[in-house]
Structure formats: structure tokens, C-alpha cells
Design a binder for this molecule. Structure first.
Ligand SMILES: Cc1ncc(COP(=O)(O)O)c(C=O)c1O
Length: 368
């Protein structure tokens, strides 16, 4: 047997170890949650139906489709003020499927430099040319738009997952309209969080109809699995025919669809929970000293990041916070640029004022 491949993977793991950036799986479920995407606490409160439920049987195009799928897609599309929607097994699958098939050779995809890995991977599978523009920078976007050919698609997020800041959506749409470019908005961290009833940034700003497509994921505030791509009826039909991550995979089971349906029912009545979430975000920020505020990446979302430079340093702070009972995760280089390592504090509606106060006092002691 040729062992060189084993040697190669060991070397790559050793490199990660040397950079103190080796990832491993852990279970911190006993700690106070300041790291999950379960912003509204739905993950612990979706009803479980006791009756027998249909399991997974095949892909949507073979045996996996059902009336429930189609009516749920239309219900969610109506809720988000869209013509049509197509459910994928995850946000990762939705973005891979969409970006790999939407543009062809001769077309151009332009994306924010901080875009999520699932969109980057989708773009890598596409035959289109692609460029990134500087994060949230309209001048940089415009420069890239001037170099673009063919059909032009621009990929952005409502809330950026590693910084927590929002895209200047209206301004981006304006620049894109000038260059006849189509905007695709990933609303993963805005779903359930931003705007009235947590409908997302596009609906909050009243610009949903100006977007080519929106991606809402169910694995964050909705507390379950899956995602939906919203857009025109033709876009849905196109994805059913060309999005490989939709075609070549087993469809979600009835249980998953029931969870998504329950989560949307809960969201329809969650104004108080969403208000509590935003109150907690404001409380967290107001508790920070001037020193910590100077390290905070400006954000009005539940993702609050404190810059703590260096993998060794930020990992040490993370581990001390965990011994004190707080599950706050360090974001390391190479996930973020060197020197921009950070503690990513995720605020939830269910975090108590006491938890927030003790968490901040620990942060004050550990970050100097
Ligand atoms: C912006 C963004 N898009 C897509 C995804 C992927 O969603 P899912 O976890 O449902 O695969 C994530 C989650 O990590 C995300 O942060």
C-alpha cells in the first residue's frame, strides 16, 4: 500500500497544529450558550409530532416529492413576498446548487470578499469568471462591475457571519441596477432576526422585488434544517432542472418539513422574542467598557465580535471563558485574516441579563 497520501494528510494536520489552528469536535452543551445560531431558542422548542411520519425515500424528481413540499414552498414564498421557492437540504446545498448553475462561460459572478464558503464553493463549480470586491465597499464593487462581461451576478449577505455587520443593500442594488447586474442575497443570519417578524433585510428595506434571488436558511434562528431559494417561477423551474445539489440527493423527510413548518408558525408570532433578542444585543453592547468597545466590530446583529489578535492569544481566552462556564468561540486564522482573530459572541433572546453581565465581566478580565 502506498503510504504517501497518509503522510501528506499527517503533514497538513501538523501544519495546522503548529499554527494552533487545528479544529476538533467537542460537546459544550452544559455551558451558557453564547455561540450557537439558535438566536430565538427555537431549536429547543419546536413541537415533535408523535404520529408516524414518512421517512426519506428518494430525490425530489423521483419519489421524494409530496404535496406537503410544494404547499410549504409556496407558503414560505408568500410569507417572504416572493413568487416562488425551492427547498434544499441545507443552506450549503442551496448556495452550491444555485451558484454552480446560474452563470455560464462568458458570464461574471462578483462577490463580497467575506462571502460564505458555500457561495465560494458554488462559484468554483461554475464556468463563469469571478471577482471579489472589498467587503461592503461600493467603489470596489463598481470597479469590478466595469470589468464584467456577459450576464452579471452579484453575491452578498444580509448579515456577514464572521463580522456580524450588515450589507449596504439599497446602495448595492442601486450600483448593480446601473450596470444591469442581478443581485443574489443570502439571508442566512437575517432570517428570524432582522426586520418585522424576522422576515429578513430585503423585506425590511422594501427591496425584495429588486433582487434576482434570496436564500433563507432554516439552520440558524429557525432551529431546524434546510433552506429555500426564493425568486421567480422560471428560476424555480431552472433550479429543478440544473441545480445538481437539488437533483442528485435524497429529499428531506416529512419530519424535517414538519419542523420547518412549525418554525415558520412560531416566527409568525415571535415579535416579543425578536424584541427580546435585540434588547439583549443592546444590553451586551452597553455593558462593555471603552476598552472592549474599541475592540468590537460594529454590528447591530446577534453576532458580536471582539478582536483578540493571534491564534494563541484568542484560544487561551476562549479556553478560560469555557472554564468559567461560557461557550464563546474563538475564530482563528486562516478562517479570518492574520491579526483579525476574534472572539465571536452570539447573543440570544433567552440569555438572561445576569448571564450577559457575568459574561461581560469575564471578558473584561480576560481581554486587556
Ligand atoms: C451566510 C451563510 N450562508 C449559508 C450557510 C449554510 O447554511 P446551512 O448551515 O444551512 O448549510 C451559512 C451557515 O454556516 C451561512 O452563514
Amino acid at each position: 500500500m502506498n503510504h504517501s497520501i497518509l503522510k501528506k494528510i499527517r503533514n497538513k494536520l501538523s501544519n495546522r497544529e503548529e499554527q494552533n489552528s487545528l479544529r476538533s469536535l467537542r460537546d459544550n452543551s452544559s455551558l451558557v450558550d453564547f455561540c450557537s445560531n439558535d438566536y430565538l431558542g427555537f431549536a429547543n422548542s419546536l413541537p415533535v409530532k408523535q404520529s408516524k411520519q414518512q421517512g426519506a425515500t428518494g430525490s425530489r424528481l423521483i419519489s421524494g416529492n409530496s404535496n406537503q413540499f410544494e404547499s410549504l414552498e409556496q407558503k414560505i414564498a408568500n410569507f417572504h413576498n416572493a413568487d416562488s421557492g425551492l427547498i434544499f437540504n441545507s443552506g450549503y446545498d442551496a448556495n452550491i446548487g444555485l451558484f454552480s448553475c446560474i452563470a455560464d462561460k462568458g458570464d461574471t459572478i462578483i462577490y463580497d470578499q467575506y462571502i460564505h464558503a458555500s457561495i465560494r464553493d458554488g462559484i468554483r463549480l461554475s464556468n463563469a469568471r469571478s471577482f471579489s470586491f472589498e467587503h461592503n465597499n461600493l467603489l470596489s464593487l463598481e470597479k469590478k462591475l466595469e470589468q464584467a462581461d456577459g450576464h452579471i451576478l452579484v453575491a452578498i449577505e444580509s448579515v456577514y457571519s464572521m463580522d456580524g455587520d450588515l450589507a449596504p443593500l439599497e446602495e448595492i442594488i442601486e450600483v448593480c441596477e446601473k450596470h444591469k447586474a442581478h443581485v443574489i442575497l443570502d439571508e442566512a443570519h437575517a432570517t428570524g432576526v432582522i426586520g418585522k417578524k424576522g422576515l429578513g433585510l430585503a423585506q425590511e428595506l422594501g427591496v425584495a422585488s429588486k433582487l434576482f434571488a434570496r436564500v433563507h436558511t432554516f439552520g440558524k434562528a429557525m432551529g431546524c434544517h434546510g433552506a429555500i431559494i426564493l425568486g421567480s417561477k422560471d428560476l424555480k423551474s431552472y433550479l429543478v432542472n440544473f441545480a445538481r445539489s437539488f437533483i442528485y440527493t435524497t429529499a428531506l423527510s416529512e419530519h424535517s418539513l414538519n419542523s420547518i413548518e412549525s418554525a415558520y408558525e412560531k416566527l409568525n408570532n415571535a415579535e416579543e422574542i425578536i424584541r427580546q433578542l435585540h434588547q439583549n444585543i443592546t444590553l451586551f453592547q452597553s455593558l462593555l467598557s471603552k476598552n472592549l468597545q474599541s475592540k468590537l466590530i460594529p454590528s447591530s446583529s446577534p453576532i458580536q465580535c471582539l478582536l483578540v489578535s493571534g491564534n494563541d492569544h484568542v484560544k487561551k481566552v476562549e479556553s478560560e471563558l469555557q472554564t468559567k462556564g461560557f461557550d464563546i468561540r474563538a475564530i482563528l486564522h486562516p478562517t479570518v485574516p492574520k491579526g483579525k482573530e476574534r472572539l465571536r459572541v452570539c447573543i440570544h433572546s433567552f440569555n438572561t441579563p445576569e448571564e450577559l453581565k457575568t459574561c461581560v465581566s469575564q471578558l473584561e478580565k480576560l481581554i486587556v
